[in-house]
Design a protein around this ligand. Structure first.
Ligand SMILES: [Zn+2]
Ligand SMILES: [Zn+2]
Length: 213
């Protein structure tokens, strides 16, 4: 973590980081923690909290639907806790929109099941950075113990995630790169454009004089 020396107040901008399994989100979030100041707060992945905490994963339709609803509610509450620290950037490891890609059924069914709409959930986030899942040839691996998907399934999930977020006005897509570090640093550069100048980023200061009286 860097020291920005910033004492200003910030209007929180929410940035969701997403992508299929094996896309490098974890490495990216770790680098983001090191590259930015304490005003960039990372929200942990809700699915990790839910499934890592032992939520049943027996593969049945009931369990899959219940799991996605649990993730949705945990995600919202993790974001509320993050907001309470008044960060400049709330960097979310996935967003509520991702659930539509994992839901066993149509996205419309998912939104109805948690009493919301696509538009409402997209508007929770100011920007979304999508790290594409590499193919097996590009280096997809299953080192993460919570990862249960094959390379083909992972690609299919990645496509669905891409589709559900596609109408977001600030949807940044980062393609796999032969050098993994290139991909991660491209994503960091995108994030830097969202971080206010006062905290070492390239976005305008929240209290900057914009020329209006
Ligand atoms: Zn700062
Ligand atoms: Zn600042």
């Amino acid at each position: 973590m860097t020291d920005c020396g910033c004492t200003g107040s910030h209007e929180t901008r929410r940035v969701a980081v997403t992508g299929g399994p094996g896309a490098g989100k974890t490495a990216f979030l770790e680098l983001a923690r090191q590259s930015f100041c304490r005003h960039v707060v990372v929200v942990q992945e809700a699915a990790g909290v839910v499934f890592g905490g032992g939520f049943p994963r027996d593969g049945s339709l009931i369990a899959r639907q219940a799991g996605q609803r649990a993730i949705y509610y945990v995600q919202r509450e993790l974001e509320s806790v993050g907001d309470s620290h008044e960060p400049a950037i709330l960097l979310c490891d996935r967003g509520t929109v991702d659930g539509a890609a994992y839901w066993p059924g149509s996205p419309e069914e998912y939104w109805a099941s948690v009493g919301t709409t696509l538009q409402q959930e997209l508007s929770r986030y100011d920007a979304v950075i999508h790290l594409r899942t590499p193919t097996a040839a590009q280096g997809y691996n299953r080192l993460n113990p919570l990862r249960v998907e094959s390379a083909e399934d992972a690609m299919a999930i990645d496509e669905r995630i891409l589709a559900v977020w596609s109408s977001h006005p600030h949807h940044y897509v980062v393609d796999p790169s032969p050098a993994f570090l290139d991909k991660v640093s491209r994503a960091i550069q995108l994030l830097r454009q969202e971080v206010p100048h006062c905290c070492g980023g390239e976005a305008p200061d929240p209290d900057a004089d914009d020329g209006w009286p």
